[in-house]
Design a protein around this ligand. Sequence first.
Ligand SMILES: C[S@@+](CC[C@H](N)C(=O)[O-])C[C@H]1O[C@@H](n2cnc3c(N)ncnc32)[C@H](O)[C@@H]1O
Length: 234
Amino acid sequence: MVTNKTRPHDEYRRQFFAKILAIRPQSVLDLGCGDGKLIGQLCDAGINACGVDPNAELIGQLEERKLCGKIAAAENLPFEQGSFDIVVSEFTVHHFTNRPKAFEEALRVAKRGILFMDIWYDRDISSQRLAKRFDDWRKKLDQRAGDIHWPVLNSADFTEIISAIEPSTNIQFNTSLILHELEHNYVKTSAEDQIRRTPLTPHDQLALDEILDALNDSGMSDDGVIFVSACSDY
Ligand SMILES: C[S@@+](CC[C@H](N)C(=O)[O-])C[C@H]1O[C@@H](n2cnc3c(N)ncnc32)[C@H](O)[C@@H]1O
């Protein structure tokens, strides 16, 4: 059984943190900072870090830990132009309500540039293509339940959004994939959790059955990530 301990996301977080440190920023804004994991680490590294998140409870937790956080959405940042060296975001782009607006805001408040990490699937690998299908299936149900949970972006999608805002920006991509096969039971349990939250239409059930059938042929592997930077000097 795949557990949280064996999933690759902590390693991706480590890689993202190393990329931020390599830029040597003096100040960082984290969009969708959640419980402030990254902000705490950045502050420990001597960097002036602050986060925004629309979830007031999470920002309250940050304040209790004497960390800087503001209740705000990425689409409407309560900061002046160029307020932070860099603006970062981990595992949150697929939650932004309006991604072009959120990117425009990030580029506005960043002095040097932005660096985002989000979930990504390698479409050249069959077990990853199936993971993407399953991810899209779950997000469709979440959206029907009223959540903002978009399909993940690939490099071409990021380029289209960013170059429409700042055509001359230097955009770079890296991806990381720790190819970790997901057990059949794990996928089935995740689907059952989803079904408990959102009832299925016959069409959803059929799509799920097809995904579970395909699991026996191609297998399904866990998420990869894409790192996207758009910057003036790193
Ligand atoms: C998957 S969590 C990631 C949290 C944190 N970055 C982490 O890696 O642990 C997504 C976060 O995005 C926040 N969020 C949702 N919509 C947002 C928006 N429009 N702007 C900024 N953050 C948003 C949620 O409240 C949640 O804390």
